[in-house]
Design a protein around this ligand. Structure first.
Ligand code: PEP
Ligand code: MG
Length: 748
């Protein structure tokens, strides 16, 4: 890099900083900056375009173009050369702008006389904020050094925009993190909540993008990189790592030790950036590359580099995870993604969760469900848009998030919450009453649980017991395998809290998406159909045995109900049950009190089990339909794949035929049958299941009220006739017929 340009860019940055330090309104500042850049770069034109909304750019300040075009000229993302820079995140440098593909002439600006064009993105770690452009009459290509200098200035502008230096005086300028934003994501867990944003990983705020003393900054970056390298080396030295984890970390280490990375940051510092800004500039470049790379492996590696940049920024700014900020009241957690253990650490404090990634069947979703808080997933850009403490509304029913909402939106939302609360209040009056339909049939309503903290809901919801206790949550929240005594104590507390009510403990259902942090992840092409649940338990019985012993001890003589997940054939059930009976005998022989009564059931989650020999139905004490899995295998529609998971209605006639078959098999042998998938908690679905003869439904606690209210008002045999008629009439799904029937009774 020639010495001349180096000092030029430093000089330019210093002038820029002085300009920004002078008090003034946002627009004045922008005007001064365009003037200064044009002057320093020797161009006739300098313009700043900022995003007005996600895909519209607006000319916000200019030196050289017609002043009346400011705040008038707009373009869409990808439109013209400016739009191209914004879309690709890459500079455009041309000596003949009008001859360039995609050039759009905007007469109001008077730019037709300018031949050369250099545009660079104004972006901050992947967040696109606008475009900075210089133009001149003489046809020339801008040099590498000039491009570099403009990029550095753009980066400082991005920091300043982030700090809100250009906003606040109307004129339609985009005030970052100030305006209301509505984000449409997907439903992870129903419910509605109002609160304040709590970022899982607080944004690192860089307040000093320009630095005077490069030597000090270089010392700082070297020290920080040194510290980073030590921490990565420490990670690698951990003894518990297996070969795969080591391999991943080796790649990580290679980046941390990369001389090129440090050198590029040092070059940026030499050109006038602070150490923090230099890290961010590199990070922005990485993110821009990430967007272009189709190769999954390379993308993973670039993610590593992105992660390292984050760590480095935290070291430099001292803004760790714990920024010292106080968690607001009614916190709503906002994160790119989060693991179940981390989510559980927040526990009941949270009012809701919003994730940029995540999936419906993920651990985090299961935990959010267990915590009974609304969850919105796939909320695009929420982490970039939200600031700690921002007002936020989470509509888990629609999968919508309102950030910094207008008062009218907030008011309507509060009305909705109030209506839901009033309904819950009405349901409370049904708490002690049975779900007895007008025909006299009684359906047992139970709740799903997985945490100690769920148990108080037993009283509040009026559930008659726990139809599904997901024991894996206790395993997922730890970073090492729990001990038998620990588990026994926990299960005993669950039984204590349930008083005399029945709790169906489902043995460990791991594998698929539920990977224990301390178990080696399996590299399987299709984990949902892979080595999971009872398959793991039977192949590697150590943990299952330990869990069974813990359950027997926890019962301390009380009745015990257990069920095995994902049983696909009779033999698997025989083997699992024998294992349990063996442990029971062993415990007895060891002198422990054993349960006075045991019930051993199977979850029916694969279609094959519905066709098991009669001996299976005779042997099992009960069958519990795991509708979430059963539905995904019945329709071959992945429960975690947003594109297909809602494609087939569970009230589809084929599925109901299948359910009827299961009901029939259980009736033949007098085997108790229940349904514990999410659909059991939806009133219309619950009505259909009950009408088909499923006498037990297990659901999240908040659903018990609405389901009970509906079941108590209807005649199940009439509902059954409606279903049968629709089935005979060749309907695809019986939903419309059921809804029409309810409507006719004023129940719709
Ligand atoms: C199911 O599959 O319906 C079920 C209850 O189990 P899980 O959702 O935990 O897989
Ligand atoms: Mg399941």
């Amino acid at each position: 890099m020639p010495e001349r340009t180096e000092s030029d860019s430093r000089k330019l940055l210093r002038r820029l900083r002085d300009t920004l330090a002078t008090p003034g309104k946002g627009q004045d500042r922008l005007d001064r900056i365009t003037h200064l850049i044009a002057d320093s770069m020797g161009t006739e034109v300098c313009s700043i375009y900022l995003f007005r909304d996600a895909d519209t750019l607006e000319l916000c300040a200019t030196e050289g173009l017609k002043a009346e075009a400011v705040h008038k000229t707009r373009m869409k993302l990808g439109e013209g050369l400016v739009g191209r820079v914004a879309r690709t995140g890459l500079p455009v440098n041309t000596a003949n702008a009008p001859g360039e593909k995609g050039f759009r002439y905007m007469p109001e600006t008077g730019e037709e006389i300018y031949s050369s064009f250099l545009g660079v993105p104004i972006q901050r770690v992947g967040e696109k904020l606008g475009v900075l452009v210089v133009q001149s009459k003489t046809a020339r290509q801008f040099s590498e050094d000039e491009i570099y200098a403009l990029e550095v200035v753009a980066m400082v502008l991005a920091e300043m925009t982030e700090l809100g230096l250009f906003s606040g005086d109307g004129e339609g300028m985009r005030a970052l993190h100030k305006q209301p934003v509505m984000i449409r994501g997907n439903v992870g867990q129903e419910g509605a909540a109002e609160g304040r944003v709590w970022l899982h990983e607080a944004r690192v705020v860089v307040t000093n993008p320009v630095a005077d003393d490069p030597l000090t900054e270089i010392d700082r970056i070297r020290a920080a990189v040194g510290q980073l390298r030590v921490s990565v080396d420490d990670l690698l030295a951990a003894e518990s790592l297996d070969k795969d984890q080591k391999q991943v970390l080796e790649a990580y280490r290679m980046f941390a030790h990369s001389r090129g990375w440090l050198k590029r940051m040092e070059d940026d510092i030499a050109r006038g950036l602070s150490a923090e800004a230099a890290v961010e500039k590199e990070q922005s470049a990485t993110r821009a590359r990430l967007e272009q790379v189709p190769d999954a492996y390379l993308r993973e590696r670039l993610h590593d580099l992105d992660d390292l940049s984050n760590r480095l920024l935290r070291i430099l700014t001292g803004q760790g995870k714990d920024t010292g900020a106080m968690m607001p009241e009614n916190p709503i957690l906002v994160a790119r993604n989060i693991g179940p253990a981390e989510l559980l650490e927040y526990g009941r404090k949270l009012k809701g969760v919003v994730l940029e990634e995540g999936s419906v069947g993920s651990h985090a979703a299961i935990v959010a469900r267990a915590l009974a808080i609304p969850l919105v997933i796939h909320a695009d850009r929420v982490v970039t848009e939200a600031l700690n403490g921002d007002a936020i509304l989470v509509d888990g029913d629609q999968g919508i998030v309102h950030l910094r909402p207008e008062e009218t939106v907030a008011r309507a939302f509060r009305d909705k919450i109030a209506m839901q609360a009033a309904a819950q209040h009405r349901y409370a009056s049904l708490r002690g009453l049975p779900a007895q339909s007008t025909c006299g049939t009684v359906t047992t309503l139970m709740m799903n649980a997985g945490l100690m903290a769920d148990l108080p809901s037993l009283e509040g919801s009026g559930a008659e017991g726990v139809g599904l206790f997901r024991t894996e949550l206790q395993f997922l929240v730890r970073n090492k395998m729990p001990q038998r005594a620990e588990l026994a104590a926990l299960y005993a507390r669950v039984m204590d809290a349930a008083k005399q009510r029945r709790v169906a403990f489902r043995t460990l259902d791991i594998g698929s998406d539920k990977v224990l942090p301390y178990m080696k992840p399996q590299d399987e092409p299709n984990p949902a159909m892979g080595w999971r649940a009872i398959r793991v338990g039977l192949d590697k019985p150590g943990v299952l045995r330990m869990q069974l012993q813990a359950l027997i001890r926890a019962a301390k003589g009380r009745p015990l109900t257990i069920m095995f997940p994902f049983i696909s054939e009779h033999a698997e059930f025989v083997q699992s049950r024998e294992m349990f009976l063996y442990e029971l005998e062993r415990e007895k022989a060891l002198g422990h009190i054993v349960p006075e009564r045991v019930e051993v059931g199977a979850m029916l989650e694969t279609p094959s089990l519905a066709y098991a020999p009669r001996a299976f139905f005779e042997m099992t004490d009960f069958v519990s339909i795991g509708g979430n899995d059963l539905k995904q295998f019945f329709f071959a529609a992945d429960r975690e794949n947003e594109r297909v998971r809602r494609r087939y209605d569970i009230l589809n006639v084929s599925f109901l035929h299948f359910l009827r078959h299961i009901v029939g098999r259980c009736e033949e042998t007098g085997t108790a049958l229940s349904f514990c998938g999410e659909d059991a908690g939806r009133p219309i679905e619950a009505l259909a299941f009950a009408a088909l003869g499923i006498r037990g439904l297990s659901m999240r606690p908040a659903s018990i009220g609405p389901v009970k209210a509906l079941l108590r008002r209807v005649n199940l045999s009439e509902a059954r006739d409606v279903i049968e008629t629709a089935m005979q009439d060749g309907a695809v799904t019986v939903r419309p017929a059921l809804m029409a029937w309810l409507d006719a009774q004023g129940e719709g």
